[in-house]
Design a protein around this ligand. Structure first.
Ligand code: GLC
Length: 562
C-alpha cells in the first residue's frame, strides 16, 4: 500500500523547548504564553508545524519528560487556558501542533505511582514493574540509560521498581491493558482540545522481557546495557497498532516515533502504512556516527562521509515506504554548528551549508529552536552551571567515583551535553538576551549580542533569513518529496553533494564542508540540462559546466525541468 498524501509529507517542523523559548512572566523560565507571544516569529519562518517538548505537571527531574499529570499544565508553564489560547493561535496562523507523549514512563510523583509504591494492594500496582530483589541486590544487573542501576529499591513494599531512565521516571507496564486504556484516554483528551498529533517519546522501549535476564558487563562495571531485552520488541507493534485503531487513525492524528537504537529490520515494519503504526520515524541515534557506539561523551571526530553514509542508509531503507525526520540537532544533542560546522571565520556560511545539505534530502526537516540563528554551544565554566540529570550522572560516575580529571570532563560536557543546546533563545542584545527580565533558569549563550532574532531579522544575509528562503524553496518540490537520491563523491570528506530526480524535476545540492576550495565534477545527466540556482550562500546567480568550484563552506542548490 502506498501512503496517502498527507500535509506532513511536505512539511517543515519547528521544535520548541518551552522552558527556554520565551519567558512571559519574568520568573526566569519560558512558558506557554511565551510561545503564544512568539507565534508570529515562528510563522515568519514559513514552517508548517510545531512540535513542543513537554510542559505537563512535572517535578522536572528530566525537564518535563517525567510527567506527574498528563492532563494538566505545569504551573511554571501556565494553565490549560493558556494552552487553549496557544493552540488557537497556532491554528489561526495555519500551522499544526504536535505534542510530546511520554508514556514509556511517568514521574514517580504521578498519583498512579504514589499509590503503586505505597502498597502491594494498590489498584495501580500493575501500572508499573516491581520485582523482588535477588540475593540482597537488584532483580537484574540492567543499567539505566542515564547511568547506574535500572532498578530502585522501594522501601514500603520491600522490592524494586524498574526505571530505564532516571530514578524519578518509573517505567509503565504496557503488559497491563489498563495502561493502554489510560493512554488512549489521554490521547482522546488532547485530541478533543485540538492537538494535531504526537511525538511518541522512547516508545520503542515500551515492551520489556519481563523475565529480566542478567546481561554482560564491561570489566569493573556493576551494570550493563540491556537494550536487547527492551528495544523494539514485538509488543511495540501491538501497542501502537491498537492506539492507531482506537484513537490515532479515526481521529486523523499524526505520529512521529522517537526510535532509539532501533534495529534496521524494524523500520519498514514501523513505517509501512498497511501496518497502521507510525507516520514519521525520528531516529534518536541518527547522529551517533562521530562517537564511540552509544557513548555520546566519547567523540571520535566528524567526517562528512560518515554523515552521508548515515543519511543514505536510513533514507534508502525508507524510500517508497516511509519518512524519517531530518535533523542535525535537538534538545538531546549539542548544537550542530559546534559539532559539524565552523564556529569561527565561517560561522554564518557553515550554518547555512549544514541546513542546505539536509533540506533537500527525502524526509521531514525538523528545526530545533535557535538553529535558524546559527547558535553555537553554550559555554559552561563549572559543573554548578549545568541543570541536566544526564550531566550529573556522568560527572558523579567519572569525577566523583572514578576520580577522572574534572577539567577534562567539563570539556566533554561543554562539547556534548544536552545543556549546551538548552539555553534560552536569544531574542535581542539586551540583558538575558531578551528572554526574561529575571536571571534565566539556565545560562544564556555568550554570543547572544551578535546571534539573536532582532539582529538577524534586520540583516538580509543572516542565517535566519537564509532559513526563511530555504523553507520556501523546499516546499512543494516533487524531486524533494519523492525523487530518487544519488550522491556525487560519496567518499569525499570535503563535500556533501547529491542529485534528486523525479519525473519532471532534477535538483542538485552542493555543499562544501571544508575550509578548502573544492571542485565537484557534475555528472553529464545534470550538466546537459539547463539548471538555475535556487539557493546560494555566496550570492551566486548562474553556474554551469562539467565541474563547479566551491569556496570554503559554500553551498549551492540548483534545479532544472526534465
Ligand atoms: C527522550 C527525550 C529525552 C528524555 C528521554 C526520557 O529521548 O528526547 O529528552 O530524557 O526520552 O524521557
Amino acid at each position: 500500500m502506498t501512503r496517502k498524501r498527507d500535509w506532513w509529507q511536505d512539511a517543515v517542523f519547528y521544535q520548541v523547548y518551552p522552558r527556554s523559548f520565551f519567558d512571559s512572566n519574568d520568573d526566569g523560565e519560558g512558558d506557554i504564553p511565551g510561545i503564544t507571544a512568539k507565534l508570529d516569529y515562528i510563522k515568519s519562518l514559513g514552517v508548517d508545524a510545531i512540535w513542543s517538548c513537554p510542559y505537563f505537571r512535572s517535578p522536572k527531574a528530566d525537564n518535563g519528560y517525567d510527567v506527574a499529570d498528563y492532563r494538566d499544565i505545569d504551573p511554571s508553564f501556565g494553565t490549560l487556558d493558556d494552552w487553549k489560547i496557544m493552540i488557537k493561535g497556532i491554528h489561526d496562523r495555519g500551522m499544526k501542533f504536535l505534542m510530546d507523549l511520554v508514556v514509556n514512563h511517568s514521574s514517580d510523583e504521578h498519583e498512579w505511582f504514589r499509590s503503586a509504591r505505597a502498597s502491594k494492594d494498590s489498584p495501580y500496582r500493575d501500572y508499573y514493574i516491581f520485582r523482588e530483589g535477588k540475593d540482597g541486590r537488584e532483580p537484574s544487573n540492567w543499567g539505566s540509560i542515564f547511568g547506574g542501576s535500572a532498578w530502585e529499591y522501594n522501601e514500603p513494599t520491600d522490592d524494586y521498581y524498574l526505571h530505564l531512565f532516571a530514578v524519578k521516571q518509573p517505567d509503565l507496564n504496557w503488559e497491563n491493558p489498563k495502561v493502554m486504556d489510560e493512554v488512549a484516554d489521554i490521547i482522546d483528551f488532547w485530541a478533543d482540545l485540538g492537538v494535531d498529533g504526537f511525538r511518541l517519546d522512547a516508545f520503542n522501549n515500551s515492551d520489556k522481557d519481563q523475565s529480566f535476564p542478567d546481561v554482560e558487563t564491561a570489566p569493573g562495571d556493576k551494570y550493563g546495557y540491556a537494550g536487547q531485552y527492551y528495544v523494539s520488541r514485538p509488543g511495540v507493534d501491538r501497542y501502537i497498532h491498537e492506539l492507531y485503531r482506537r484513537e490515532l487513525g479515526p481521529r486523523d492524528l499524526v505520529t512521529v516515533a522517537e526510535l532509539a537504537y532501533c534495529p534496521d529490520e524494524k523500520i519498514i515494519q514501523y513505517s509501512s502504512p498497511e501496518n497502521e503504526e507510525f507516520d514519521m520515524l525520528y531516529f534518536f541515534d541518527m547522529l551517533n556516527f562521530d562517537q564511540n557506539g552509544y557513548d555520546k561523551f566519547s567523540p571520535t571526530g566528524f567526517r562528512v562521509s560518515d554523515l552521508k553514509k548515515t543519511m543514505d542508509h536510513w533514507i534508502g531503507a525508507l524510500h517508497g515506504t516511509g519518512y524519517c525526520a531530518l535533523f542535525l540537532g535537538n534538545h538531546d544533542q549539542c548544537r550542530p554548528l559546534s559539532r559539524f560546522g565552523n564556529t569561527n571565520k565561517y560561522r554564518i556560511r557553515s550554518a547555512k551549508t549544514l541546513a542546505n545539505a539536509m533540506f533537500f534530502l527525502e524526509g521531514i526537516p525538523y528545526i530545533y529552536q535557535g538553529e535558524e540563528l546559527g547558535m553555537t554551544n553554550t559555554d559552561f565554566t563549572s559543573i554548578d552551571e549545568f541543570n541536566d540529570v544526564e550531566v550529573f550522572h556522568y560527572w558523579n560516575e567519572h569525577v566523583t567515583e572514578k576520580g577522572e580529571d574534572p577539567g577534562k570532563i567539563l570539556e566533554l560536557l561543554n562539547m556534548r551535553s544536552r545543556d549546551t543546546s538548552r539555553s534560552p533563545m536569544p531574542w535581542n542584545a539586551e540583558k538575558n538576551a531578551g528572554f526574561s527580565r529575571t536571571k534565566p533558569w539556565l545560562k544564556v549563550g555568550s554570543e547572544y549580542k551578535n546571534i539573536n532574532v532582532e539582529a538577524e531579522d534586520a540583516d538580509p544575509d543572516s542565517v535566519l533569513n537564509f532559513y526563511r528562503k530555504l523553507i520556501k524553496t523546499r516546499h512543494g518540490r516533487e524531486a524533494v518529496i519523492k525523487g530518487s537520491l544519488s550522491w556525487i563523491g560519496m567518499e569525499s570528506d570535503e563535500h556533501m553533494s547529491y542529485i534528486r530526480e523525479s519525473d519532471h524535476e532534477l535538483l542538485i545540492s552542493l555543499n562544501n564542508f571544508s575550509e578548502n576550495i573544492v571542485t565537484v565534477s557534475i555528472p553529464e545527466s545534470v550538466s546537459a540540462h539547463s539548471m538555475s540556482v535556487i539557493l546560494s550562500n555566496m550570492s551566486r546567480e548562474t553556474v554551469s559546466g562539467a565541474s563547479i568550484t566551491l569556496e570554503p563552506w559554500e553551498c549551492l542548490t540548483m534545479t532544472g525541468k526534465k
